[in-house]
Design a protein around this ligand. Structure first.
Ligand code: NAD
Length: 358
């Protein structure tokens, strides 16, 4: 079967890191029997420069027809004065909503070779491998009514609405349990059921959906405790599932446990498992064009794509093992180097490809 993959390099370091990920995909095709058709399209500032819009119709159509999307990053200081609708980030948000990508998978993985990059003690974080499943299209970021209104007293009041319908909780629950089935079969649902009615319903639905996954162990934790436990003993977690806002905060905490933003991939999935894959970092305009960006987060995003959208877990494992191998060899890009010795973006990509060939 030939998979159709949309490739959206984007802005800043996007094209440099995506080039390395494409090399990995090419190697899988040449050496490991993987069949894919890769098609490039513009998004973000690059698309605005080309066509006047950060999400051109042609890009959207390609992404809709593809089995999976690989994205570099979008944004840059030169676009900050554009009106909001034309900014690069709107292209990305538009794509997420057009593709109905409601399930955001954010792994926090700390390769033992990089344990010293974390601000926590190595024994607490070495070998860490958590998956945070964040609901991405609902909750308080989207709930209505919302706004700022004037009260009779003359004072103004800001208000937002936290709302989740049962079907929204059900689908994110299925997503989390399915992910857990591919990992260590443990789901911790994070809520605030002691205070919020929405969380009460969230917990009830989580328990109901868990019955469809008898092999997965479900536990519950209040969000305040979860944030403490993430820093105290993060290795207790396998999959954490939570609402949009809690996930936004907890996934950044979890990412920082690893200390290396250039290493972390992410996925955003729809209900069929089709997804968009991207590094968690931005377009790093400060280092764009210098051949120093770390391409591993993007290469690891390809591994996630193979596991979660293209049903090729053995190839995903191969990529992850190759990344581990190059770290064992002592190769480091500038962001994860201990001293002054580091390799370029292209060197790192080449090293992963060489490891994949062995
Ligand atoms: P950033 O993640 O781009 O950069 C933060 C710091 O991390 C910078 O010092 C950068 O050099 C470094 N860094 C990031 N990725 C790296 C990599 N792969 N290798 C080595 N170092 C790396 O965040 P920022 O500076 O706040 O934002 C820059 C631009 O990116 C902004 O326009 C922002 O809106 C955009 N952004 C886009 C996305 C996305 O496309 N998903 C996400 C976040 C920020």
């Amino acid at each position: 079967m030939t998979h159709k993959i949309a490739i959206l390099p984007g802005d800043g370091i996007g094209p440099e890191i995506v080039d390395e990920a494409v090399k990995v995909l090419d190697c899988l095709q040449q050496e490991h029997g993987f069949k894919a058709e890769l098609e490039m399209a513009a998004i973000g500032g690059a698309a605005y420069d080309e066509s006047g819009h950060p999400l051109p119709e042609t890009t959207l159509a390609l992404c809709k027809s593809a089995d999976a999307v690989l994205l570099g990053a979008v944004g840059g200081p030169q676009y900050e004065s554009l009106e909001r609708e034309l900014r690069p980030e709107r292209g990305l948000l538009g794509l997420r909503s057009e593709l109905e990508l409601f399930s955001n998978l954010r792994p926090a993985i700390l390769y033992p070779q990089l344990a010293s990059a974390s601000s926590l003690k190595p024994e607490i974080v070495s070998g860490l491998d958590i998956m945070i499943v964040r609901e991405l299209t609902g909750g308080i970021y989207f709930g209505k009514p919302r706004g700022i209104r004037s009260l009779e007293s003359g004072e103004r009041e800001g208000y937002n609405t936290l709302v989740y319908a049962e079907h929204e909780i059900e689908r994110i629950a299925h997503s989390a349990f399915s992910v857990a089935m591919k990992r260590n079969k443990k789901v911790c649902s994070v809520d605030k059921a002691n205070v919020l009615e929405v969380s009460e319903l969230w917990r009830e639905v989580m328990i109901r959906v868990s019955k469809d996954y008898p092999d997965v162990e479900l536990s519950h934790m209040y969000v305040d405790n979860a944030s403490m436990q993430l820093v105290k003993w993060p290795k207790q977690f396998d999959v954490m599932v939570t609402k949009n806002m809690f996930g936004d905060i907890l996934s950044d905490t979890a990412a920082m446990l690893t200390g290396s933003i250039g290493m972390l991939p992410s996925a955003s999935l729809d209900k069929t498992g089709k997804g968009m894959y991207e590094p968690i970092h931005g377009s790093a305009p400060d280092i764009a064009g210098t051949n120093t960006a770390n391409p591993l987060a993007t290469i690891l995003s390809v591994a996630m794509m193979l596991r979660y959208s293209l049903n090729a877990p053995e190839l995903a494992n191969k990529i992850e093992q190759s990344v581990s191998k190059v770290l064992d060899q002592g190769l480091r890009t500038q962001d994860i180097a201990d001293g002054d010795e580091y390799v370029t973006t292209v060197d790192m990509g080449d090293a992963v490809v060489a490891a994949l060939k062995n």
